[in-house]
Design a binder for this molecule. Structure first.
Ligand SMILES: Cc1ncc(C[n+]2csc(CCOP(=O)(O)OP(=O)(O)O)c2C)c(N)n1
Ligand SMILES: [Mg+2]
Length: 590
């Protein structure tokens, strides 16, 4: 608990979030947040990580929570005005990926806040409520009269139902107000928040339908379980794995959840979608019953073909968010189940025991498809080229007990995510919902504090430049074993190749078309980081063998080929009226 004297609303807020489980706060200081800054600085337990941009503070907080399996909130503190507006991209990213986060922000004194709708009014005052509200689950401005209730409600909201970021703005006068509470009153507020989150017994109106969905799966002759990240968020990974094993059900994943089973697990059939292994889409297209658990099935995953995504099967879409379910209104053979996945153990317990071998033939068929395709894929891709595919294959060999954080766009996202095989006890994530450049490094820095495993950050030469200043944060806090594997292909290669495909020309995507690409050895030196340039697979393996879980952070500059394999995918074709359309998900090709 903090020892700032007298005890004020800033200290109470900071104490409360720390007591809820957030061990670190990612922050950048400012005058309008001065009581918050002080409350953090004097706190004996909470650790401050001073980042160098508010976009990075919030992205690091997101990485912290994702590395902690969404069970602890990412915590960030920013100042008013530009401190607030700088958080926008990271908030949108966390909102899309359902990451529980609590952001505290400064604001000018309550009595000074603009009531005239002028363009500029107070010092560093912006219309934070209008700006931030669409980016978060809840925005609140604290007032002295009921700050405690506002804090309890809003902090609970970060975790409740489908989690997400909440934004708590505290005007300067409210931050610094001495209060009657003391640090010993924090525990009671934590209890109230926990009580709100665990209504007993679990109120789950969708429970009967959830049970029917699982029964349909257990009865099916070609069942398929699609595991989304909602399974992790609700802490049901082990429950779902046990269920799949007991009933011999093949499992496929979204890109945020595929680390739930190691790639080598016999029931793991990859991630179907617009960019996918061919067998994963074939299995999706042959199943007779599919239960989708907590997956948002976005347009990238379904390749703009929501109705056809396993559409031949009896589909049960289980989600806690009514908006996600409404996307399936009126679709054939599709049942929408509005349920909390925390009801899964009870629903599974209600299924009568049956023969374990009942899916034997189907499982064998799925395994054969996977074997044939994997062999074809490694034949097709094996070469002495040093590319993102090679890097993904090599890093997959040491993937046990590590956290991998990849860039959210470009080949570091697409190709690496497509070809990386998660190991045991391995965590993999990126900023899947938004795909914003620049998230990889701050996400990975946050992950180093949210998990005790060493972090491997897969960034790219283009994306890293958007938050290059965070190399300073990395250097300052030096989490052991942290390694940046920089996929350096001389610019925005994914953009270069799409421009070339569409226009046979390149704009603002490489050194020849107006983009400056720095020498990363000089960048690493400027930030006091170890640096190594790697140009082939043997050198990469050699480098990896020399690094350990306690090595100092390093930037490994991987000079990879320009032309990349993304893997089999749907294609955009222009129809007779000149409109772009997407080829069928069942017919992805190289
Ligand atoms: C914030 C942001 N701006 C622009 C884009 C559009 N964009 C997508 S990929 C990409 C190039 C990324 O280059 P790099 O990170 O080096 O990856 P590469 O394509 O070379 O693999 C761009 C500009 C984006 N995703 N995010
Ligand atoms: Mg690049």
């Amino acid at each position: 608990m903090s020892n700032s004297n007298p005890y004020n609303i800033a200290s109470f807020s900071v104490d409360l979030i720390n007591a809820l489980g957030s061990s670190h706060v990612f922050t950048l200081t400012g005058g309008m947040a001065m009581y918050l800054n002080r409350a953090v600085a004097v706190h004996p337990g909470l650790k401050a990580v001073y980042c160098q941009h508010e976009q990075a503070c919030v992205a690091a907080a997101e990485g912290y929570s994702k590395a902690a399996n969404f069970q602890r909130a990412g915590f960030a503190i920013v100042t008013a005005g530009p401190g607030v507006s700088n958080t926008v991209t990271s908030l949108i990213s966390a909102y899309g990926d359902s990451t529980p986060m609590i952001v505290l922000a400064g604001q000018i004194k309550t009595q000074d806040i603009d009531t005239y709708a002028t363009r500029t009014h107070g010092i560093q005052e912006i219309r934070s409520q209008e700006l931030i509200t669409p980016c978060v689950k809840r925005f609140v401005r604290l007032n002295f009269e009921n700050y405690r209730e506002q804090l309890v409600e809003t902090c609970a909201e970060a975790f409740a139902g489908r989690p997400g970021p909440v934004f708590i703005e505290i005007p300067l006068d409210v931050q610094g107000l001495p209060i009657g509470l003391t640090p010993s009153d924090v525990a009671a507020a934590v209890q109230e928040i926990r009580a709100r989150l665990q209504p007993a017994p679990l109120a789950n109106p969708g429970q009967p339908l959830l049970q029917q969905a699982l029964q349909a799966l257990a009865r099916a002759s070609r069942p398929l379980l699609y595991i989304g990240n909602g399974v992790r968020i609700t802490g049901q990974e082990e429950v779902v794995k046990e269920f799949a094993l007991k009933w011999n059900i093949p499992v496929v994943f979204s890109w945020l959840s595929f680390d739930i089973l190691p790639g080598s697990h016999p029931l793991n059939f990859g991630s179907p979608g617009g960019l996918a292994p061919i067998y994963a889409n074939q299995i999706l297209g042959e199943a007779d019953t599919i239960v989708f658990l907590g997956a948002r099935l976005d347009l990238g995953t379904t390749a703009f073909q929501r109705a056809e995504f396993g559409g031949q099967a009896e589909r049960w879409i289980v989600d806690i968010d009514p908006a996600e379910l409404s996307k399936f209104d009126g679709m054939l053979n599709t049942k929408q189940v509005a349920a909390d996945l925390r009801g899964l153990p009870e629903a599974i317990a209600g299924i009568p025991a049956g023969a374990l071998e009942q899916n034997g033939a189907w499982l064998t068929h799925c395994s054969e498809l996977r074997d044939i395709y994997r062999a074809e894929e490694s034949d097709r891709l094996s070469s002495d080229k040093f590319n993102v595919y090679t890097v993904a294959r090599i890093l997959s060999t040491i993937a046990d007990d590590k956290v991998f954080v990849s860039a959210s766009s470009g080949y570091a996202e697409e190709t690496f995510t497509r070809f990386f095989t998660p190991g045991k006890n391995c965590r993999f994530f990126n900023g899947a919902a938004l795909g914003a450049m620049g998230m990889g490094l701050p996400n990975a820095i946050g992950a180093a504090f949210g998990s005790s495993k060493p972090v491997f950050c897969l960034e790219a030469d283009g994306g890293i430049m958007l938050n290059i200043q965070e190399l300073a944060t990395l250097s300052q806090y030096a989490p052991p074993g942290f390694t940046i594997y920089l996929l350096n292909n001389g610019g925005y290669e994914s953009i270069r190749s799409s421009q070339t495909r569409h226009f046979n020309d390149v704009y603002g995507a490489d050194a020849d078309s107006g983009l400056f690409i720095p020498d990363f050895s000089k960048i690493a030196a400027a930030f006091d980081l170890d640096y190594l340039r790697v140009e082939n697979a043997a050198a990469l393996m050699n480098t990896m063998s020399k690094r350990s879980d306690i090595s100092a952070p390093a930037l490994i500059d991987l000079h990879v080929e320009k032309s990349e394999y993304r893997g089999p995918s749907v294609k955009t074709v222009i129809d007779s009226q000149g409109r772009p359309t997407t080829t069928s998900i069942c017919e992805i090709s190289w």
